[in-house]
Design a binder for this molecule. Sequence first.
Ligand SMILES: Cc1cc2nc3c(=O)[nH]c(=O)nc-3n(C[C@H](O)[C@H](O)[C@H](O)COP(=O)(O)O)c2cc1C
Length: 139
Amino acid sequence: MERKIRLVYFSQATRDMNLSDLKDILTAARENNREKDICGMLCYDNRYFVQALEGERGVVNDLFFHIADDPRHTDVVIASYEYIENTTFTNWNMGYASSTPVFVELLAKLKQTTFEPAKLTPKQTYALLRHLSAHQDDI
Ligand SMILES: Cc1cc2nc3c(=O)[nH]c(=O)nc-3n(C[C@H](O)[C@H](O)[C@H](O)COP(=O)(O)O)c2cc1C
C-alpha cells in the first residue's frame, strides 16, 4: 500500500458560488471520495476555496489534478503537501464549512477581517480547516 499524504490547496472561484453550486460540488466529491478512500475538508468564503485532501499518495495526486482542472475555480495554489501516518479528516469524505460566526472568530484570531488564504501560512491554513471541521455547515 502506498503511503498516505495530505494535500492542502487554495483557489479562487470563477464566480460567486450559491448553495446549490456548493451542493453540486459536495455531492460529487463525497461520492467519488468514498470510492477512493479519500477524506478531507472544503471551505468556501469570499470567493476562495480551501481544501484538504487525505489518502493514498497516487490517488490524492490524481484527484488533485482532476479538481485543479475544474472551470469553477482558478489560480489553484498548493499550500502544503506532506506524508501522514494517519488521516485527520477521517470522518468526512468531504466536510464543509463557510462563513459562520466561528469562522469569522477564527479569522479574527489570524488577524483577517476578510478571508484571504494567500496570506496564511501552511500551518495556519491546516489549523483553520481542522478547527472548522468541528463546526461544519450541514449541506
Ligand atoms: C473547489 C472544488 C473542490 C472539489 N472537490 C472534489 C473532491 O474532493 N472530490 C471529487 O471527486 N471532486 C471534487 N470536485 C469536483 C471535480 O472537479 C469534478 O467535477 C468531479 O470529480 C466529477 O468529475 P467527472 O465529471 O469527471 O466525473 C471539486 C470541485 C471544486 C470546484
